[in-house]
Design a binder for this molecule. Structure first.
Ligand code: FES
Length: 357
């Protein structure tokens, strides 16, 4: 049966209870009400509820195991050791395991909570009417009662296995958050920055270490370094170091060629080779890599806090929070014309700190 009436702008029809627009498209529907409630298996079968409880507890237990594996991986694998990994290339097993165990720890807590909610938590449909934002005192009191009733209905007190395993999973999960912060503070630097792979005890047998282009690790001839060019340089043989990442972090050097007359400090000229000079790349403020070279002004800039070093003045600080010049590496050429280090750095590289000595 079709009935026509006016509804807002334009003519509309009432078609079997639906308000229908001019184009025949329904605009409003009668409230169909809620479909019949279907009880979950765990609601009607105590054995299914017990099974669900064990499944939830197993997921929380897996989270606990993953967190413990995180702790073991943190202490058992050195960060600087690299191994070949399919699709990635080289990676530190420590980083891989920390990432995987942390992900598993989080995943199993989430999966346990979802499974718990879907199988054992209350399955009642709730309709909440709109009301003023501030509820009355009675309503707040009623809410508190509902909340505690909800807690009872969630059976947290009646299911000690879930309570204990969830407590363990959430409690232990704080460890991965805190451990890297505490572990990352130490050990104290000691003499670590006073020695680098440029030092004599690392030199190839019978000769001085060549300056190698990073990352290709190819030696550099003096005539390849044209005026205005800049090279990122590492010492020969550093790939074979026991902890190559640590050593590279300390030994990184920037190599530039200036017109020898532009070098205003005699020591800087003497420690270079025909206007080619090499300076530590580690900022003396807090140790960021100094990566920007302004060819026209001969300034080196640290991107972290804008410390600026003047290469013409032996890398003296001319701007920013750093307090010391970048240490210079004394260089020369070998018989074949390749650039080599004459000695290690004369002072510790990197930031100042209380143990510097
Ligand atoms: S680390 Fe270079 S300016 Fe702060």
């Amino acid at each position: 049966m079709t009935d026509s009436t006016e509804f807002g702008k334009g003519a509309v029809r009432l078609d079997q209870g639906h308000v229908v627009g001019d184009g025949g498209i329904p605009e409003r529907f009668q409230n169909p009400g809620l479909p019949p409630h279907v009880h979950r298996l765990a609601d009607v079968d105590p054995r299914a509820a017990k099974r669900a409880e064990r499944q939830v507890a197993t997921l929380f237990l897996l989270s606990i195991l993953a967190t413990l594996a995180f702790v073991v991986a943190y202490f058992a694998f050195p960060v600087s050791k690299l191994v070949p990994v399919p699709f990635i290339g080289q990676a530190s097993p420590s980083h891989l395991l920390l990432g995987l165990t942390l992900a598993a720890s989080l995943f199993f807590i989430g999966a346990g909570a979802v499974h718990w909610a879907k199988t054992l938590m209350p399955d009642t449909e709730v309709v909440e009417q709109r009301h003023p934002l501030r509820s009355s005192a009675e309503e707040r009191e009623a809410f508190t009662e509902t909340l505690s009733a909800g807690g009872d209905a969630a059976q947290i007190n009646r299911r000690p296995l879930i309570k204990a395993t969830l407590g363990g999973a959430l409690g232990l999960f704080a460890i991965p958050l805190v451990l890297p912060v505490i572990g990352g503070l130490g050990p104290l630097p000691g003499n670590a920055l006073s020695t680098t792979f440029w030092d004599e005890n690392h030199w190839p047998k019978g000769r001085r270490p060549r300056l190698m282009r990073d990352p290709e690790m190819l030696p550099i001839k003096a005539d390849e370094v044209t005026i205005g060019s800049v090279f990122h340089v590492l010492p020969e043989g550093i790939d074979k170091a026991e902890h190559p990442l640590d050593e590279k972090g300390k030994a990184a050097v920037l190599l530039m060629r200036l017109n020898p007359e532009d070098l205003k400090v005699k020591k800087a000229r003497d420690w270079g080779y025909q206007g080619i000079v090499a300076y530590s790349k580690i900022c003396t403020h807090v140790g960021c890599p100094v990566g920007l070279y302004e060819q026209q002004t001969h300034h080196l800039l640290c991107p972290c806090h804008q410390s600026t070093f003047d290469v013409t003045q032996d890398c003296k600080v001319i701007f920013g929070p750093a307090h010391r010049p970048l240490p210079q590496l004394k260089i020369n050429v070998d018989d074949e014309g390749y650039l080599v280090a004459e000695s290690g750095f004369a002072e510790a590289v990197g930031p100042s700190f209380w143990e510097r000595g």
